[in-house]
Design a protein around this ligand. Structure first.
Ligand code: ADP
Length: 481
């Protein structure tokens, strides 16, 4: 990996705590999911180092928070510029550790950097308010202050953007940041530290430590200096961390699992629906929390949609993401392949038919798959597959589609295709989800609030709402006038 980087210093095998590069006595191997080759090793740190990082962040916070927003904005803007100048190297590092095709990695670097750009600008717009007073002798004012030290735990499916989407607004608000990235993809996180240092982010403001999830998580969720835990990952771990945060009453921001419905009504533009379904389902080999997990198709267009969709899926090319023309990389590991296998076997045993794909291709590779005649009795209806499997369900009425779509404990993203203006409003308002893609399969952008309802999470990331998460409102009553 080092050989192909233009700037070799972006490949870091040390953690970044309090502005220093830290090694560990033990290390964790980082492997390429394409062939399981070891590409690097990072420190396997624990609770003591997490405590040290939090204390450093605590010390750095006062000065960082006291800087005029314009100064923080200028530093963040530099960080953004450095990410874009090094986009190609950062994309190579990401593909090597995560497996997504290079084009997708380049896209993620731009997407990840956009949060730093957006919140650098937003830093200057963290407004308070004046409130008409009920008393003649007093006035009421509110200000927004940084919440303090932010702890973050991030997943492997977006190794860059899931960090910047949290760090961008946190740093913009004047908070300091301690993050434990997923052990599968620590290199993208550590490369961000190198660029943070070059951008002039002061020591202690941005810290990344790799290592043992449980003891580090225990410290991040119990240390009283930490005022908010922001987590992206599974609902199971999210619930556990939320519980752990209860003992010190921390605020939590949770971006958890989804079970996204993708509804195709009979008045939809079918070609557009196929294009949207391709992007939503097969991006990152189906490993995103907003990937279409259940495709609901109305009776009348079920066969036509299935045929067109199959034609498009047959054009996907599975392979090593660094090669030209590859659209689908490997899954992250063997366990992911096993889950996909189980979901397909379960569906087929209960009557579903395989339209395309359905087989392992060796290593961590799996064929992009379409299943038809899928029913709500099958595991794919309830659980997030997190792989390249598109199950096609059938419905007859609009009410039935909404009912089926909402029949889940999750509520992150949903999608539907229709050209009927009345239906569009009815369905969009009826779906119990945080985000709705209407005639679009890709909805993520730094300017809009990303987040879920029900067991998909708490809070929003991105947009002006994203920065509010990292502030506290202080109300001041000025009396004695
Ligand atoms: P995934 O299934 O996508 O790996 P997880 O929720 O298991 O989702 O992982 C998301 C992040 O949470 C990763 O950084 C992982 O290391 C971390 N993590 C997993 N278990 C724990 C735990 N018990 N305490 C703290 N962090 C954890």
């Amino acid at each position: 990996l080092r050989d192909i980087l233009k700037d070799k210093s972006l490949l870091k095998e040390k953690c970044y705590i309090d502005g220093k590069w830290v090694s560990g006595t033990e290390t964790i191997d980082v492997t390429n999911p394409v062939n399981e080759d070891v590409i690097a090793a990072v420190p396997n740190l624990g609770q003591a180092e997490a405590k040290a990082a939090i204390e450093a962040a605590g010390k750095a916070q006062k000065a960082w928070g006291a800087k005029p927003a314009k100064e923080r904005a200028a530093i963040l803007r530099k960080w953004f510029n450095l990410m874009m100048e090094n986009q190609e190297d950062l994309a190579q590092i990401m593909t090597a550790e995560q497996g997504k095709p290079l084009a997708e990695s380049r896209g993620e670097i731009a997407y990840g950097a956009s949060f730093v750009e957006f919140f650098a600008e937003e830093a200057k717009r963290i407004y308070g308010e004046t409130i008409p007073s009920p008393w003649p002798h007093a006035r009421i004012v509110t200000i927004r202050q940084p919440i303090g030290v932010v702890a973050a735990i991030t997943p492997w499916n977006f190794p860059n953007a899931m960090i910047t989407r949290k760090a961008g607004p946190a740093l913009a608000a004047g908070c300091t940041f301690v993050c434990k990235p997923a052990s599968e993809t620590p290199l993208s996180a550590l490369a961000l530290c190198e660029l943070a240092e070059r951008a002039g982010i002061p020591a202690g403001v941005f810290n990344i430590l790799t290592g043992k999830a449980r003891p580090i998580g225990a410290e991040l969720t119990s240390n009283p200096l930490v005022r908010i835990l922001t987590f992206t990952g599974s609902t199971e771990i999210g619930k556990l961390l939320m519980q752990q945060c209860a003992t010190t009453v921390k605020k939590v921001g949770l971006e958890l699992g989804g079970n996204a419905p993708f509804i195709v009504f009979d008045d939809a533009d079918l070609d557009a629906a196929v294009q949207g379904a391709m992007a939503s389902k097969y991006r990152n080999a189906g490993q995103t929390c907003v990937c279409a997990n259940r495709i609901l198709v109305q009776d009348k267009v079920y066969d036509a949609f299935a045929a067109k969709f199959a034609e498009a899926v047959n054009k996907l090319k599975v392979g090593n993401g660094v090669e030209q023309g590859i659209t689908t990389g490997p899954l992250i590991n063997e366990a992911a392949v096993k889950k996909v296998r189980e979901h397909i076997d379960d569906a087929v045993s209960k009557g579903a038919k395989i339209v395309v794909g359905g087989k392992e291709l060796g290593g961590n590779f799996f064929e992009p798959t379409i299943l038809r005649d899928v029913t709500t009795k099958m595991a794919v209806a309830r659980e997030e597959t997190f792989g390249p499997v598109a199950p096609l369900f059938r419905f007859s009425t609009e009410e039935e589609a909404i009912r089926m779509a909402n029949d889940t404990e999750f509520g992150l993203a949903c999608y539907f295709y229709s050209r009927d203006i009345g239906r569009i409003w009815r369905v969009a308002e009826g779906l119990e989800y945080g985000m709705v893609g209407i005639n679009e399969g890709i909805i993520s952008t730094e300017v809009a609030p990303f987040g879920g309802v029900k067991e998909s999470g708490i809070g929003r990331e991105g947009s002006r709402h994203g920065v509010e998460e990292f502030t506290e409102i202080k109300y001041m009553l000025m009396g004695g006038l």
